[in-house]
Ligand binder design. Structure first.
Ligand code: SF4
Length: 327
């Protein structure tokens, strides 16, 4: 585990409901090395955000219940005393959310909100923390940081608000940055600028990044590894290059075919049919079987195991010897 900054083992998240417990994330394991980016990809509702929030125990418990283990280097986060956890949030793990407008306090100046993070964690005085914020705002692309420090969130454009959110996430030089769909709400050109900024900061600060997205088009640009989530389960886990060159799981193939391309103008014809299942109604067997164009009899009744193929993992009967015994 020495080389890994984050190691997640058998993470399962359930939501207590009046009638029965609902499994949102189902036994997922993954790890991120120092200074590497892992992209977590999947459609809305597949459990991406919930699993990311669990890393800093930001899910209210109850109604959520988290099982498994989450290690930040050698510290197991789920069993840490709450005072230790407060020190880790913000200082060792930074968060960027999709819509900064709802994450910032609307009635407090942007600069003061960022400076507050420094004051809480480092106990710096007002003047020192203000100077730090000026410097960092300039570094993340604010041309007039002393003026822009004084603005309220609604006075910034979407792109600048996201830059301010990034500044707040990294001001304490965290080891891990969790970016939850940070560019989804932005125009394409601004999206590219924000991605470039995140990449630049990764190199400068030696960050490890967990990047959550539903957009496979982004993955190739920023990530070394990728895991694909479907119905709360990992269905494929691979180096990015290999996944794009030779996707294994039918769901991953469908996702890739759904990425618009100027050269593949008919690609939408091959996109995935139907909708992802509700967590309250996960199909039996392989949860993807109602949408899969390669399903077999066994897929309807038995969930496939994780199969290792060289350095990759896939959860699909197509790659198992066992399917022959049932066919
Ligand atoms: Fe399709 Fe069966 Fe593989 Fe599931 S296990 S993805 S249904 S082939």
């Amino acid at each position: 585990m020495k080389d890994y900054l984050l190691t997640v083992k058998n993470l399962t998240i359930t939501l207590a409901d009046k009638e029965k417990d609902i499994k949102i994330v189902d036994d997922i394991s993954y790890s991120i090395k120092k200074n590497e980016t892992l992209c977590m990809v999947g459609e809305s509702g597949c459990g991406k955000t919930v699993s990311a929030l669990s890393i800093t125990r930001l899910l209210p418990s109850p109604p959520f219940k988290i099982d498994g283990q989450i290690f930040l280097e050698d510290r197991e986060i789920l069993s840490l005393p709450i005072e230790e956890l407060y020190k880790i949030r913000g200082k060792e793990i930074g968060f960027i959310f999709q819509e900064p407008l709802s994450s910032f306090n609307p009635v407090e100046k942007i600069g003061d909100q960022i400076a507050e993070v420094v004051r809480i964690h480092e106990n710096f005085d007002k003047k020192t923390s203000k100077e730090m914020v000026y410097e960092l705002l300039h570094h993340v692309g604010f041309k007039n940081p002393k003026i822009q420090y004084e603005l309220y969130p609604h006075e910034l454009s979407g792109g600048m608000r996201q830059r301010a959110m990034i500044a707040m996430a990294i001001i304490l030089k965290p080891k891990l940055l969790i970016a939850d769909e940070p560019t989804t709400a932005l125009d394409v050109t601004i999206q590219a600028q924000v991605l470039n900024l995140i990449e630049k900061l990764k190199d400068e600060y030696g960050l490890s990044i967990l990047f959550i997205t539903h957009n496979l088009g982004i993955v190739a640009q920023i990530s070394e590894n990728v895991l694909v989530l479907y119905a709360g389960q990992i269905v494929e886990y691979s180096r990015v290059f290999e996944l794009f060159k030779d996707p294994l799981h039918p769901y991953t193939i469908g996702l890739l075919n759904s990425v618009p391309s100027l050269t593949k103008i008919y690609s939408y014809n091959k996109s995935i049919q139907g909708n992802p299942p509700e967590p309250t109604n996960i199909p039996s067997g392989c949860p993807f079987h109602p949408r899969c164009n390669r399903k077999m009899k066994i897929c309807e009744t038995k969930n496939p195991p994780f199969i290792k193929i060289e350095n990759r993992y896939v959860k699909c009967w197509l790659y198992s010897e066992e399917k022959n015994a049932h066919s």
